[in-house]
Design a protein around this ligand. Structure first.
Ligand code: GUN
Length: 167
């Protein structure tokens, strides 16, 4: 689909990166520059990769915790609601739910940002196992991993959006 208006473009692609429409806004400006024709996914990803660390940190922090307060209150974006439900996170047992809370707290205390994982192809047990492993990492490794996971989430969101637009 080709969109010819900046506001419509931002409205359409603004949710690919969680609660961060600035990525779509920057991508629009780049797509309007003369040069090699690139896929929207690549241009969006490049805008994130070119951002400074403070901006990347804000992008990571725009993500809600898995099984966190926003999820309980039903305050997630439509995309995040679908992703968490696809991994069965909305159906945690009380023990699993408790583990998510413990890990979320430990992770925030250690790294200062939320645990981000592209969860669509995982189940609760796999996510909790990965969560425990990643809690052992150093901060710079986790920062880079969070951005890599955010790119994966974005690719999945973009594929879903393109399917919706085609269908
Ligand atoms: N993985 C897929 N979606 C999300 C999300 O909204 N938050 C976090 N923390 N991880 C995700």
């Amino acid at each position: 689909m080709t969109i010819v208006d900046k506001n419509l473009f931002i409205e359409h692609y603004g949710g690919i990166y969680e609660d961060s429409p600035w990525v779509a806004e920057l991508a629009w400006d780049r797509l309007c520059e003369p040069g090699e024709v690139q896929s929207i996914g690549n241009v969006l990803a490049q805008c994130v990769d070119d951002a400074d660390d403070e901006t990347k940190l804000a992008l990571i922090r725009a993500h809600p915790d898995l099984a966190g307060r926003a999820a309980i209150r039903g305050e997630l974006t439509q995309e995040s609601t679908g992703e968490q439900a696809s991994a069965g996170i909305d159906k945690c047992s009380p023990e699993e739910f408790e583990r998510f809370q413990e890990y979320n707290d430990q992770y925030h205390r250690k790294f200062g940002f939320p645990f981000v994982m592209a969860v669509r192809d995982s189940n609760r047990q796999q996510i909790l196992a990965t969560f425990a492993e990643r809690l052992q990492n150093d901060a710079d490794i986790e920062f880079a991993r969070a951005i890599a996971e955010i790119h994966k989430i974005a690719r999945l969101r973009l594929a879903a959006l393109e399917q919706e637009s085609d269908g």
